[in-house]
Design a binder for this molecule. Structure first.
Ligand code: ARG
Length: 483
């Protein structure tokens, strides 16, 4: 006979091969402390409404607290025979306190239990990720300010386009990541809802108090449909979408670091600690970490795709397929956290090479647009000015000259709108300082944008500081007395 929690109606044991496939304990044990927090909150509620006695509740809470200590110490023996994290914890509780453990699952199903655990896990992980992301954004703001006046070429189609500043470019990175932080907080808020009380799918006739459990776990709301409560994995899907977009941004930042450390660009150098060599070519110094950051995006996108495919077309409510949500989700979370955590050190490992940036500004006619704008100032319609400057560039290409190498006569032979002021239009720092509109690359505009971004960041940090894991979960993670 089987000793399974659900074994009552079974007369044969589970086949070993089935047990192996069915069990999720190898990967869902990561939810153990969240599972225990949910169980303690549930047991307190059960006692409050009189479904279990105060003495039974106390035994349950003491037992679960001791199990949490074992888990923290790495001394808890998770076993495949007990299938998943929920039954491992409940089984261990029964080993410790005996019969009273059997009352813990009153008015609850593993279906609403796992839905709750995932939400608590995501709330905690998103909070941790958010903190690291906020630190990166703050570092980028500082760097952007330092380099607010350092000219570099800006690109479109990876062709030199117009002068910008390095600070402006770094500010773009910070702005992208600030949107990610906001998305992450929005995701966290939406998923911070308690599904407990949904039961297996149809709630429970027992007089439980759903709000009390939610309050205990500092979840601001409860789910309002028991079918949806156990069938919904939007929180996981949305988290993976949010992480995917964040990884798009990280991969773009990483790609620019790869480009800029190349000999072709040489705009920055990375310290040896962030690079590796080649086993064959003695001269090589490769930007492995940016390359890995670029590559790891694929894993996170894969997780999103896996979960979308998993959930598509599933009938309500719970289906065992949904057990497959965990590995990709956990891997994507871990991967993204690792990538974000390394960013501040990676930025600190960067040495800027202003001379390479200014060399790159010399060729490529980056001031051609400024020349057209100069003609516009003289009253020439922009389309005409564009055409005239196109002819100037064509002339330079043929004669292998730069815009500033042509004399006034040559300019005037192309258009009589040119006068002696033309050369003042051909100055990088003048070009930059004139682009002093909100969001522009002028040093002053860059500083203003950074001030704005910092204000936004403090608002996001304030949101981050509340709405995270409950005190109960924190105490279980830290091993401090339970509130
Ligand atoms: N290990 C399961 C999962 O992760 C928990 C829920 C199981 N529920 C059930 N009715 N078999 O999805």
């Amino acid at each position: 006979m089987t000793a399974k929690a659900w074994g009552g109606r079974f007369s044969e044991g589970t086949a070993a091969i089935v047990e192996e496939m069915n069990a999720s304990i190898a990967f869902d044990q990561i939810l153990a402390l969240e599972d225990i927090a949910g169980s303690i909150a549930h047991s307190r509620m059960l006692a409050a409404v009189g479904l279990i006695s105060a003495a039974e509740q106390s035994d349950i809470e003491t037992g679960l607290t001791a199990i949490a200590a074992d888990i923290r110490a790495g001394q808890f023996a998770f076993t495949v025979a007990r299938e998943d994290v929920h039954m491992n914890v409940e089984g261990a509780l029964a080993d410790r306190i005996g019969r009273a453990a059997g009352r813990l699952h009153t008015g609850r199903s593993r279906n609403d239990q796992v839905a709750l655990d995932l939400r608590l896990f995501l709330r905690r992980e998103l909070t941790r990720l958010g903190r690291d992301l906020a630190r990166t954004i703050a570092d980028l703001c500082k760097l952007a300010e330092t380099h607010a006046a350092l000219p570099m070429p800006g690109y479109t189609h990876l062709q030199r386009a117009q002068p910008i500043t390095f600070g402006h470019h770094l500010g773009a990175w910070a702005t992208m990541l600030a949107r990610d932080l906001e998305r992450l907080l929005d995701t966290r808020r939406r998923l911070s809802v308690s599904p407990l009380g949904s039961g297996a799918l149809a709630g429970t006739p027992l007089p439980i108090d759903r709000h009390r459990v939610a309050d205990e776990l500092e979840l601001p709301a409860i789910t309002m449909n028991s079918l949806d409560g156990v069938a919904d994995r939007d929180g996981a899907l949305e988290t993976l979408s949010t992480l995917s977009i964040l990884m798009v941004h990280i991969s773009r930042i990483a790609e620019e670091l790869v480009l800029w450390t190349s000999q072709e660009f040489g705009f920055i150098a990375l310290s040896d600690a962030f690079c590796t060599g080649s086993s064959l070519m003695p001269q090589k110094k490769n930007p492995d970490i940016p390359e890995l950051l670029r590559g790891k995006a694929g894993r996170v996108f894969g997780a999103l795709q896996a979960l979308l495919t998993l959930m598509k077309g599933l009938p309500l409510a719970y289906n065992k397929d949904m057990q497959e949500d965990k590995e990709p989700l956990f891997d994507a979370m871990k991967t993204t956290r690792q990538c974000v955590a390394i960013l501040p050190d990676l930025l600190a490992a960067m040495t800027v090479r202003p001379e390479r940036m200014s060399d790159a500004l010399k060729d490529g006619f980056l001031l051609a647009t400024d020349l057209a704008d100069y003609l516009v100032d003289k009253g020439v319609p922009f389309r005409e000015a564009h055409h005239i400057v196109g002819a100037v560039v064509g002339h330079c290409v043929l004669s292998q000259k730069r815009l500033e190498d042509l004399d006034l006569e040559t300019y005037r032979s192309i258009s009589e709108h040119f006068d002696s002021q033309v050369f003042s239009a051909l100055d990088v720092s003048r070009s930059l300082s004139r682009r002093n509109l909100p969001g522009g690359p002028a040093p002053e505009a860059v500083r203003t944008s950074i001030t704005h971004l910092r204000r936004e960041l403090s608002a996001l940090e304030a949101r981050l500081a509340t709405g995270g894991p409950s005190r109960l979960e924190q105490a279980l993670h830290e091993g401090t007395p339970l509130p």
